[in-house]
Design a protein around this ligand. Structure first.
Ligand SMILES: [Zn+2]
Length: 293
């Protein structure tokens, strides 16, 4: 199998990757509602309220709601609609916990804080990245020219535990896709059983191309950190893998399976998926770097 086949969109020169990225976004920016997805319960009190391009997860802690990420800046209306459609009130959101500091994940943060008073969380490392180098968030690529990077209320550190209601979320710093990408681990209960959820908050290679790192004044050593971060969380026991783009954990395919067989086993529960996922990313990253990108 050629490198191109193996890596798909990852294994193209940076300028082609950027051109492809912009092209794929064109229709989404013009007609975002075509990408709306009916919200659904993954398991227990964990819901999917994202669209078909980027994931947003909602966790009901019974003492307020937590969102993981907040979508693109031009789809705030879709996220609001999805939260209502799932049966929740956005005014009950207490925290928006962000996986990393790119515009496609923090899009509703500023609006939701203004409207609902929730707190914005981002790792200290990515908060610093946005302060020192605001363009790193890719904000220039969106169709909202005046949108701003959020300034977080809480800067997360490696090992932090976020507690709310009956939930405790462990935050693990995994420098990789950005210097401050975070992984999160927490329990969700269903049918008398407890399931461990694992969420690695960013694995795309666009931000680790040599050209990107040079353009945005970031060190090449980010790529060594990437490998170390994959190792750092490899030993976690995870029953349910979440993605921050649907392709990361096949969100859409799993949802289709749920709809096709509502009484079948939950396709999101898969205790081997976490390590398979990390192994695949490690292998792809090795090939990507060896190919000279
Ligand atoms: Zn990103």
């Amino acid at each position: 199998m050629s490198i191109q086949e193996h890596l798909g969109a990852h294994a193209v020169p940076y300028k082609d990757m950027m051109a492809d990225y912009k092209k794929r976004n064109e229709d989404f920016f013009r007609h975002p509602s075509k990408y709306y997805m009916k919200p659904f319960r993954i398991l227990g009190d964990l819901w999917y309220v994202g669209d078909t391009r980027v994931c947003v997860h909602l966790l009901d802690t019974h003492d307020g709601l937590i969102l993981f990420d907040s979508g693109f800046p031009h789809t705030v209306h879709m996220l609001t609609q999805a939260i209502w459609e799932a049966g929740f009130d956005p005014r009950d959101i207490r925290y928006i916990i962000h996986s990393h500091g790119h515009y496609d994940h923090f899009g509703a943060a500023n609006d939701f804080r203004e409207l609902y008073g929730c707190k914005i969380l981002l790792s200290a490392a990515d908060a610093a990245m946005l302060r020192d180098n605001p363009a790193t968030s890719f904000l220039e690529h969106i169709p909202c020219p005046l949108a701003e990077n959020p300034v977080p209320d809480i800067e997360m550190q490696d090992g932090d535990i976020i507690r709310l209601g009956d939930v405790a979320i462990r935050c693990v710093l995994v420098p990789s896709h950005t210097p401050g990408t975070m992984a999160f681990f927490f329990d969700v209960k269903e049918g008398g059983k407890t399931y461990r959820v694992g969420y690695y908050g960013g694995v795309g290679f666009l931000s680790v191309y040599r050209e990107f790192l040079a353009e945005y004044n970031q060190p090449l050593s980010v790529r060594d950190d990437f490998f170390a971060s994959l190792d750092k969380v490899y030993g976690e026991e995870v029953d349910v893998v979440l993605g921050n783009h649907p392709s990361q954990n096949k969100t859409l395919e799993k949802r289709e399976k749920m709809l096709a067989d509502p009484n079948g086993s939950n396709p999101f529960i898969c205790p081997t998926e976490w390590r398979t996922f990390l192994d695949t990313i490690r292998e792809q990253l090795r090939i990507f770097i060896d190919a000279g990108y």
